[in-house]
Design a protein around this ligand. Sequence first.
Ligand SMILES: Cc1ncc(COP(=O)(O)O)c(C=O)c1O
Length: 426
Amino acid sequence: MKQGRKKFLKQLGAGLLAAGLPAIPLAANAIETGIDAKDFLDEGLPDDERYWKRIARKYYAVADDYINLENGYYGIQPKPVLHAFQKNIVTANEQAARFARKDYPGIATNVKKELAAFLDVSEEEIIITRNATEALNIAIQGYPFKNGDEVLLNQLDYFSMIEAFKMLEQRGQLKVNAFDMPLLPQSDDEIVEQYRKLITEKTKVILLTHVSNINGLIIPVAKIAAMAKAKGIDTITDSAHALGQIPFSLPQLGSDFVGLNLHKWIGNPVGAGVLYIKKERIKEMKPLFGDVTATENSINKLAHFGTTPFAVVMTIPDSLAFHRIMGIEKISKRLHYLKTTWVNAVKDHPDVEVVTPVNLSAAIASFRIKNKTAAEVADYLFKEHKIFTVARQLGKQGCVRVTPGIYNSLDEVQKLADAIKLFAGQ
Ligand SMILES: Cc1ncc(COP(=O)(O)O)c(C=O)c1O
């Protein structure tokens, strides 16, 4: 995220990569990596179907017997990343324990350095976890709650984090205050106000889900975190869906505890997450995975994991390199365009309710059809139209979540809109 796309491309083209970005050696050579920098030089405007189809065809191998509009679960690895992953699996497998004991520690250190640079934070402020749930549980369960503390969260937060807080509540460690976030807020200020007005003098932590997995709502984390901090309240931020889907600066979020993953929108193989904790806050955190040997100021005290998925971690530089060459601005605008296209095509239908504010979301949007359950709608789309979406819990009726990926085409989201209207009754 730190380095601009243009600068990165220039370095690739000029062959300066090895000097400037030593941690991405694989990306320096198009033949070895399968990445050709020239492919990414065009503007790639959101509606430039030729550009996006070319990228999709060349860089993504996708099953063609259905249309996948459920990229919210995890993202498809681009071919160069998959290729690197396969090589890494072979290395870890054939070189076995010697590799794990002698080579891997150095590799893991470099990967962490590179990841920290990508996230624009210090390597002393992150640990690599297996996923965002693990990262956020370390933050939630390690946070120094005191008797009587309250946590503010809402129905659009991710269920695993709500569960973690409820578990601590059952153990008598805190009290959960849950509220209903409006599904269609009009502005960032309206969202900030939702949190502000529910803060009590006992509120200690606010859970912030940067991009909701239910309806794709993007909340203004930096504004809420600043408002909370001014009142002495911490935020624990779940950016699992934000990293790689929307542009943001991790340090500028102003949230001292952030969990992320790399397998949704960064395109890494499944099994890599990140926990960020601001340096000054590490001291007060208690390890979830028992460790009494690491110094109390070292984030490593929170990372006492067992054997890790070597190849997944080793592939992180490749997925970061590919994501960076695509460019977060380009990616986010294209995803927004695909989402807006199908939403605009169905939103005025009298029996279709879109439950996502178009301008406060990126790839993800959700909808319902009157008198049909979300599961019925998702089943219909898949059985009758080979379009894969997912039903999510939201109130009594639920909703159907639609998540295009970067390789999806305009035709595919238009097919979805036609299918929705057909089922709702034209
Ligand atoms: C908002 C949000 N947070 C956290 C997670 C959990 O991510 P992971 O699978 O990396 O644990 C998800 C996964 O769907 C999510 O949507």
